[in-house]
Design a protein around this ligand. Structure first.
Ligand SMILES: [Zn+2]
Ligand SMILES: [Zn+2]
Length: 185
């Protein structure tokens, strides 16, 4: 599960749906069941509700209609933080602009060096278009993913780069990274 910080309509259609699904799961985990998850606790309910609202707006941009799963708001007086207070806390622990740039970079890696978001680049502010274009240029400059983040051991001698979701045979001198759509033998 993940909460994205960039404007959610800049995710691809699949991830827009996934974000909506995940924010419901996180709501149940954090707010209903009162458990900590990452940087969030129950007091952050209004922020999670705002992520839900933004994910519904992104679904609309992506052409999805017929949302049928509203957040089950829980009224209690144990004290929720207003959403901007959660935002300020997140921003203080790591600048929101950095989080957004990391989101964009992860997406460029997953999209194989291009932009596949639901909202067309031409409908964004110029500075936002420029940020995407700079990341695509960086991808080209460094010749794709450097596979320098977390990796998952898939067993049977295969590993997965969690940044680009390409596979490789471990400990094989000439192994190449294989795109995720090609099934592992
Ligand atoms: Zn919903
Ligand atoms: Zn990679």
């Amino acid at each position: 599960m993940r909460i994205w910080y960039l404007p959610l309509a800049q995710l691809d259609r699949k991830r827009i749906l996934a974000q909506h699904h995940e924010v419901h799961m996180l709501w149940n985990l954090i707010v209903r069941d009162d458990r900590k998850w990452g940087e969030f606790t129950r007091v952050d309910a209004p922020y999670l509700a705002s992520v839900h609202t933004r994910s519904m707006a992104a679904m609309k941009v992506a052409g999805y209609t017929g949302h049928v799963t509203p957040i089950k708001w829980i009224n209690d007086d144990r004290g929720f933080l207003p959403d901007y207070a959660t935002y300020a806390r997140l921003n203080a622990s790591r600048a929101m602009t950095d989080r957004i740039m990391e989101d964009r970079w992860h997406l460029v890696l997953r999209w194989g060096g291009t932009y596949l978001g639901a909202r067309p680049l031409t409908e964004m502010a110029q500075w936002e278009q420029n940020q995407w274009e700079e990341l695509v240029a960086r991808y080209v400059r460094q010749k794709g993913c450097l596979h320098d983040g977390a990796r998952e051991d898939l067993g049977k001698g295969w590993e997965l780069c969690l940044l680009c979701k390409q596979y490789k045979r471990t400990k094989h001198p000439s192994a190449i990274w294989i795109p995720k759509d090609v099934p592992v033998a």
